[in-house]
Design a protein around this ligand. Structure first.
Ligand code: UDP
Ligand code: MG
Length: 314
């Protein structure tokens, strides 16, 4: 019998865990042709999420739980889920029910019908999210496509169905800063879209405040694109041309006599500020890349598992 895992990252989700589990359970009970399990990853929650997940694991052996030693973030949590998954198929889904679990049978059906390796879910509408969130997400997916060397599907989160072949390839990725949807796109094989409506959060608040969103976007950009470096070079090039033109103007002016040394104050300040800005900006871009090199070279683990529940030792 084929096997199916559902990977659910959870961070401070006490308000949704019970509902999330019962809706998932109902859906999985309806899928009789697969042996199913749920892998919850407790990403260092500070509320009652840990106890609630342990209680579920104690009564239901189909539920595996990984407890992180602290909060490592959504992407490391999903990564751990994939690392621990040994099934033929896996669904990645958020705990907050924004992505309806009831779609899972349709995802499996699409995968089988299309003989695909990945079915990725494209958000057609997003309900109950702020204008700012929708706008920033829209901008993010479009600028990622402009910046990166490969084309990512637009408006697609991590909610998707992936098969064993893709998971096996994913497990070979050694990079610490994982932009999972990008990596899965990059892996290739046959990937097909599935349109759906993103719901409002069942309860609680987003665990992706602005700071985390910026962090997420910059990981995505730095790991998948060298374009910022090219843009920095381009900017440097333009300023050199401006510099040469201005130098010629000054030099000729000196010879012909249309510039006066004392009247040069404004232009001097403008040039200092402008070149100073360009230099800091380009050095900053370089610094970002050196920063991720530093992180990668240290080779620290991406996450630390403090406790496992219902997971047999390999
Ligand atoms: N999440 C996590 N660790 C974090 C932040 C979020 O495991 O540090 C989980 C969270 O519990 C949820 C999923 O990642 O299951 C997506 O987070 P959220 O719904 O808050 O993000 P949004 O949908 O608002 O982008
Ligand atoms: Mg959400």
């Amino acid at each position: 019998m084929e096997t199916l895992s559902v990977i659910v990252p959870c961070y401070n989700e006490e308000e949704v865990i019970t509902e999330s589990y019962s809706r998932l359970k109902k859906v999985l009970d309806g899928i009789s042709s697969y042996q199913t399990e749920i892998i919850f990853i407790n990403d260092g929650s500070k509320d009652r999420t840990a106890e609630m997940l342990s209680d579920i694991a104690a009564t239901d052996k189909q539920v595996k739980v990984l407890h992180f030693s602290r909060n490592f973030g959504h992407q490391p949590a999903v990564t751990a889920g994939i690392h621990y998954c040994t099934s033929d198929l896996a669904v990645i889904i958020d705990a907050d029910l924004q992505d309806p679990p009831e779609l899972i049978p349709e995802l499996i059906e699409t995968l089988k019908r299309e003989q695909a390796n990945v079915v990725y879910c494209v958000r057609e509408k997003r309900q109950g999210e702020s204008i700012f969130k929708k706008l920033s997400a829209r901008m993010f997916y479009r600028s990622m496509n402009y910046l990166s060397e490969i084309n990512f599907p637009l408006d697609t989160g991590d909610f998707r169905l992936i098969d064993k072949q893709v998971m096996d390839e994913f497990k070979k990725f050694r990079e610490k800063g994982k932009y999972i949807r990008g990596i899965i796109s990059w892996i290739g094989f046959k990937q097909v879209p599935f349109a759906y409506q993103r719901q409002a959060r069942f309860a609680g608040e987003t665990k992706y405040p602005l700071g985390k969103m910026i962090q997420f976007a910059s990981t995505a950009m730095l790991y998948f694109s060298k374009k910022p470096l090219k843009l920095a070079t381009g900017l440097g090039f333009i300023t050199v041309i401006i510099g040469i033109v201005y130098a010629l103007y000054t030099l000729i002016g000196k010879i012909v006599g249309y510039t006066h040394a004392l009247s040069g104050w404004s232009s001097l300040i403008i040039l200092i500020v402008f070149f100073g800005g360009v230099q800091l900006l380009t050095v900053g871009v370089l610094g970002q890349y050196i920063g991720i090199l530093f992180d990668e070279v240290k080779d620290r683990p991406e996450y630390i598992v403090q406790k496992e529940e219902n997971i047999e030792k390999k």
